[in-house]
Design a binder for this molecule. Structure first.
Ligand code: ADP
Ligand code: GLC
Length: 489
């Protein structure tokens, strides 16, 4: 089974969020399951710099008249087989050669030509499906998020009845980001005019790349079973719930996994002392090291709550701010690592100043510090408004930092709330609350403090969580079943 993964980010080369972690780990699991996987990526500087043995494979003209070279090489940093992940990279310096965030400029404004930057990705995927590389062509084109949304539409335009015999999958990592563009750009995409309709890319008068993926792909997946149900409701459908309900028969949710080569406290080179479920003693060394590193009081006896997150509306952080006294007045500590919306950044900074030694904030993106935070903290806070999957609660679980989450999306699918029943049957792994309200969140904080005081029980819950593997192999099996349903062997 030959599979082309189409993605804008990939760990460890370029990452703005969980999409990159998935794009880096899924090919390894698919390859281990016997798939012949390659990736297709835009030629952002970090991607080009990581591409080894690059050779010019071919070139194609975009509908707006730009010529794009397709390079072929290997990404040795992605541990896929002995050599790394084979990859096609679009060489178009005019579109992609901009340092920093792949989607927006230094002032956090989306690039004005994003519609072309990612239409090129869709066209390249379709051309590869139709034999642009004489040596390899995919059975399956698997696109991720709106950046790859145009791929199934482009393929349908080039091979209207047969789709060239190539199956298409569109995976939604976050429906909140849709890739919406002004309608006058539609003419630049080279798609049949009929595609700009209610059954195609048109979304309230605009062009939607996400909708292109949802409308034209053979199968739709999202990154947890609960989110697959939620996006079919008006509350969480971002205006696309009608289409998703209509396509419910081809929509499934597959929970993301954790890459054990990257997120494993038993082998992690970034943390002060390694540990695991059977020998958790190193965790207290990690906690002390983290408190020292982040200017928190050295208190082994008090619970340390942590946030590692994009600071955006999605992540429910106003709850953390509004109920901060629910942590500080009970003697807990809070450590925040994140970047994002200015108001949230400022608010957390103010709290850190007001509670020096008890609240610390790092407004930066620091992969290694993220590892040390999961290893050194006691609780990972993820009180999201919505959460397609969420990876930090899984990293928290693996590193013995009990997740405290809102029970939505993938958070509901990966954390088992602690109550008398789940304690008795030893399935409890963290804390979950339902309504998005300060009262519900505060009450859950109190439950966390209460459990923390029962040290033996806390240690038992922590151990159960650390043993959850969140294996990518399991997710890969589900993806493989989907691929097989499209490509009869
Ligand atoms: P999302 O993709 O919505 O941002 P996820 O929980 O799926 O949420 O993934 C977030 C990823 O980004 C995790 O790997 C997390 O550790 C990482 N991350 C988020 N913010 C930071 C930060 N400031 N520094 C380092 N890593 C971060
Ligand atoms: C998105 C979602 C997040 C998910 C990640 C990887 O960024 O916001 O919930 O874990 O994609 O699938």
């Amino acid at each position: 089974m030959r599979v082309l993964q189409v993605t804008a980010e990939i760990y460890p080369l370029l990452k703005t969020g969980g999409l990159a972690d998935v794009a880096g780990a899924l090919p390894q699991a698919l390859a281990a399951a016997g798939c012949d996987v390659r990736a297709l990526l835009p030629g952002f500087p970090a991607i080009c710099a990581g591409l080894k043995d690059a050779q010019a494979l071919s070139e194609f003209a975009t509908p707006w008249g730009e010529t794009i070279r397709v390079l072929y090489g290997t990404l040795p940093q992605v541990a896929c087989g002995p050599a790394g992940l084979p990859a096609y990279v679009l060489e178009a310096p005019g579109l992609y050669e901009r340092p920093g965030n792949p989607y927006e400029d230094a002032q956090r404004r989306p690039y004005a030509d994003n519609h072309r930057r990612f239409a090129a990705l869709g066209w390249a995927a379709a051309r590869l499906a139709l034999g642009l590389d004489p040596a390899w062509s995919p059975d399956i084109v698997h696109g991720h998020d709106w950046h790859a949304g145009l791929a199934p539409a482009c393929l349908r335009a080039l091979a209207p009845t047969t789709g060239a015999g190539v199956g298409t999958i569109h995976t939604v990592h976050n429906l909140a980001y849709q890739g919406l563009f002004a309608p006058q750009h539609f003419g630049e995409f080279g798609l049949p005019p009929v595609f700009f309709g209610i059954d195609g890319l048109e979304f309230h008068g605009q062009v939607s790349f996400m909708k292109a993926g949802l409308a034209f792909a053979d199968r739709i997946t999202t990154v947890s079973p609960t989110y697959a149900r939620e996006i079919q409701t008006p509350e969480q459908g971002f205006g696309l719930d009608g289409l998703l309900r209509a396509r419910a028969g081809v929509l499934t949710g597959i929970l993301n996994g954790v890459d054990p080569a990257v997120w494993n406290p038993a082998t992690d080179p970034e943390i002060a002392l390694t540990f695991d479920a059977r020998r958790p003693a190193g965790k207290s060394v990690c906690k002390a090291a983290l408190q020292t590193e982040c200017d928190l009081e050295l208190r082994p006896d008090l619970p340390l709550f942590a946030v590692v997150s994009r600071l955006t509306e999605q992540k429910g952080l106003p709850l953390v701010l509004a109920a901060l006294d629910g942590i500080t007045a009970s003697g807990g500590q809070l450590l925040v690592l994140g970047t994002g919306e200015r108001e949230l950044e400022d608010a957390f900074l103010r709290e850190a100043k007001a509670h020096a030694g008890q609240v610390a904030v790092r407004l930066e993106y620091d992969e290694a510090l993220a590892h040390r935070i999961f290893a050194g903290s006691d609780v990972t806070l993820v009180p999201s408004r919505f959460e397609p999957c969420g990876l930090t609660q899984m990293y928290g679980l693996r590193y013995g930092s009990l997740p405290l989450v809102r029970a939505v999306g993938g958070l509901a699918d990966s954390v088992v709330d602690t109550d008398l029943a789940t304690l008795e049957d030893q399935t409890a792994t963290g804390f979950a609350f339902g309504p998005f309200s300060e009262a519900a969140y505060r009450h859950t904080l109190r439950r966390a403090f209460a459990l923390y005081r029962r040290r033996t029980t806390w240690a038992r819950v922590r151990q159960v969580g650390m043993r959850r593997s969140f294996s990518w192999d399991e997710a890969a099996t589900h993806y493989l079943d989907l691929y097989r349903s499209l490509v009869p062997q």
